[in-house]
Every structure is written in C-alpha cells, then in structure tokens.
Write a protein that binds this ligand. Structure first.
Ligand code: T46
Length: 142
C-alpha cells in the first residue's frame, strides 16, 4: 500500500552475546528522527490510534511482545503484526492507523519525523476519508 510498508532491520548478534539493532535517521529510518516515544502497559482489549497525520512520517517497532496495526486508506486496508524487534512498520502521511491486540508486556517504540503537534492529527474518519481521496487521487495511485 502506498505510504506504508513493513521493513526488516539488520541484526548484529550471536547466540553467545545476544542481539543489537542500530537505527539511524536517513539510513535504516528514511527520515531525520525528531521525536521518539513508546507505548506500553496497554491492556490486550484496548484499541488506540483512530487517526491519521497530514504531514508526519513514523517508524513503529514493537521492541517487546507483539501488537497488531491496522493501516487503512479509503482504497485499501491491511493488518500488520509487529512481533519482533527486527521488524519496522513505516507509516507516512495520510494513513489511518489503529493499534490493537496487545500482548501482555508489549512495548511499541515509535520514531517520528516531527515534534508533537496536535494540529497535524485528523481524528474524524469521515473528514480523513474526504481529505485522503483528494491526496491519493492527486498522486494518481490508490
Ligand atoms: C501514532 C500512534 C502510533 C504527547 O504529548 N506527545 C507525543 O509525542 C504523543 C505521541 C502523544 N502525546 C499525548 C497526546 C495525548 O494526550 O499523549 C496522549 C496520547 O496520545 P494519542 O491518543 O495520540 O496516542 P495514540 O496511541 O492513539 O497514538 C500515538 C501517536 O499519537 C500517533 O501519532 O501514530 O501512537
């Protein structure tokens, strides 16, 4: 789907010493990282998200446990399971997202291309769908 995709990170490690993953802005992460936050202690039945961003890029990594992410546009939708620290889900602008089915103890780490700005959120789905149709149609891709 345009503006979102799953990626695998290179693991430095061995059975003897354990594993290390290094992520750098402009390299493994396709933008300069301006902000990092993490979500944890979420009950399994809780569903979060329910919004899109006008102009924000993010990389989501479940560094412990697992969580499912629904990524959706007016034209397509997909559920991605993040269940390993070596998997990253890139989410670009104008993608609706919902996070659900949290495994007990799951920690979701997010790297973002911009500082926090509530004005960048679109939290109403009908309003999002209207704007997203214009956005994706102007790019001639669905
Ligand atoms: C996203 C998904 C994956 C801040 O003060 N600073 C921050 O950087 C963030 C991300 C949030 N907040 C405050 C705003 C709310 O009062 O923390 C509270 C919870 O935020 P929100 O309800 O937006 O959380 P989620 O889990 O629905 O969404 C978050 C991100 O906001 C969002 O950008 O893509 O995680």
């Amino acid at each position: 789907m345009i503006n979102t995709g799953l990626t695998s990170f290179r693991v430095n490690g061995s059975k003897e010493w354990g594993s290390l993953i290094a992520l750098e802005g402009g390299k493994e992460i396709p933008f300069d990282i301006k902000r990092v936050y993490y979500i944890y202690d979420v009950e399994q039945t809780v569903r979060r998200g329910f919004h899109s961003h006008n102009d924000l890029e993010q990389m989501l990594v479940c560094v412990h446990g697992s969580v499912k992410i629904l990524v959706k546009t007016p034209f397509a939708e997909e559920v991605v399971t993040l269940d390993s620290p070596d998997k990253g889900l890139y989410i670009g602008p104008m993608i609706w997202r919902e996070m659900f089915d949290w495994e007990n103890g799951a920690v979701l780490l997010v790297m973002a291309s911009k500082h926090y700005d509530e004005k960048d959120y679109i939290r109403n789905y009908d309003q999002y769908a209207e704007q997203a149709k214009v956005y994706f149609e102007s790019r001639c891709e669905k």
